[in-house]
Design a protein around this ligand. Sequence first.
Ligand SMILES: Nc1nc2c(c(=O)[nH]1)N[C@H]1C(S)=C(S)[C@@H](COP(=O)(O)O)O[C@H]1N2
Ligand SMILES: [Mo]
Length: 318
Amino acid sequence: MLIKKPSDIPSSEITPEGLYLSRRRFLGGAGALVGAVAAGGAISEILSPSQSALAGTKLQYSQSQYSTSEKQTPLNDITHYNNYYEFSTDKYEPADLAKNFNTRPWTIKVEGLANKPKTFDIDALLKMQLQERIYRMRCVEGWSMVIPWVGIPLSAVLDDVQPNSKAKFVEFTSLKDPKRFPGQQRNVLDWPYVEGLRMDEAMHPLTILAVGLYGETLPNQDGAPVRLVVPWKYGFKGIKAIVNIKLVDYQPTSSWTKAAPNEYGFYSNVNPEVDHPRWSQAKERRIGEFTKRPTLMFNGYGDQVASLYTGMNLKKNY
Ligand SMILES: Nc1nc2c(c(=O)[nH]1)N[C@H]1C(S)=C(S)[C@@H](COP(=O)(O)O)O[C@H]1N2
Ligand SMILES: [Mo]
């Protein structure tokens, strides 16, 4: 496959994390008011009948001390305002384009520098000790949501394969299948989508593999059947449709870093003091609100995660 070097990609293609906002109605107060399903509505009610019967299945889970009590974003917004370039660069399109995406069979291979590499079947993962994690999420574009995820700590899966002492980072890879992902027929990103975490970030109790939201299995457009959620980092870290998790001794190069290294660094921590090269990160718009609110350092999770970055220059390591 022909991969375009970053210098060959017109800026209109690497702008994506912002380009479409200017052209499209921004989801906000008015959009939220007309939303058909209020917070707490059932996913099955908003899915078209043809959508995979697997999305919107009730999950068993317990509560967690890590959840925020902030008002949750309506389900209709969480499922109709998605960044998912495998389907489309337009945030309004994945809801429809993903509706027939088949998430069975599905396995997640966990391999690399581990004593007991293992391939998990998604249905085995769904039977692990799931928890609800109501997290603030913030996109690098400046919008935020509060999402009641259901998932398992990533550490539970990693502990199972026993990482060895050479493992320093974790590399995540999404499914590559241009037949099922129309967006992969275009070179908007270098497919498959790849992300990475440092070992201590991956093992942190806030980091989860999400398999559901609002108590039911994930809608396809939100990353079914399994996606990463790291609440103190910009949304693009939350890689969707994961098929491979690899323990490695090098710092993985994520798809966004590859596309625009000066804009999207490895750490990607939510940081109001470090502007994106083309816009400020000082404020954000919570979907459903008119007035912008100040963005919090580490997205408000500083008490739990700031110590991971002690002594690091966060302007250099953006
Ligand atoms: N595989 C894959 N994962 C992805 C993306 C993508 O395009 N492909 N987009 C990322 C970005 S930029 C954001 S903001 C979040 C959006 O997640 P959501 O649609 O559940 O809100 O998914 C992230 N994970
Ligand atoms: Mo994003």
